[in-house]
Design a protein around this ligand. Sequence first.
Ligand code: ADP
Ligand code: MG
Length: 201
Amino acid sequence: MLTVTHVEKVFSGQKVLDDVNLTLSAGEVIHISGGNGSGKSTLLKIIADWLKPDAGTSVIDGHVELGALIENPGFIETETLKRNLLFLLSIRHQTKLETVLPLVSRFGLDIQNRASMKKYSIGMREKVGIIQAVMEDQQLILLDEPTRGLDEQSLTELVKLIAELRQQGKTIIIASHDQATPIAYTDRYVLERGELTRITD
Ligand SMILES: Nc1ncnc2c1ncn2[C@@H]1O[C@H](COP(=O)(O)OP(=O)(O)O)[C@@H](O)[C@H]1O
Ligand SMILES: [Mg+2]
């Protein structure tokens, strides 16, 4: 599904990622913890091919569709939620808006909301970011700090959603500075001083 081999990333002479290795198969749901600035977002961006590593490789199997929420999700700010989702769905033309509506409503969002995205709160934007990362049946899902700004109810929905996706055999990487969410991970990793280490219990 995903093979990260000897990845290094240097910013301004500082090695943010140092020989990072990670192999994931279908159905694995992992957590990557690490303090602010430890390189979590950088690693996810390299996996999503938004950034190139300075050394090493990150390879996603050919048939795999990627869904990603990394840092601040970007939207067409002057358009509504519905127009934004329709635009994103139009890229692959494989999913109809109707199939996404249950996801929208379970996160307490209103597809008929006429407000433009620029009026949405951080938590609302985060929820739209989560929705777009999973709404097209993506098999590899990257969620960077997905609990940011979420209210209690949405947090519960997120935990349920991850459990459902795990049941469906999706591969998920969740990166966050804390471990607060009660998600059943298959493995936990910590990113420290550029090194990614699996936590054994
Ligand atoms: N585009 C960039 N240019 C320069 N430095 C960067 C860039 N992106 C991240 N960094 C630096 O790399 C380190 C890791 O950042 P990041 O991956 O965002 O950490 P985390 O997501 O764990 O908080 C930080 O010191 C950050 O300042
Ligand atoms: Mg980050």
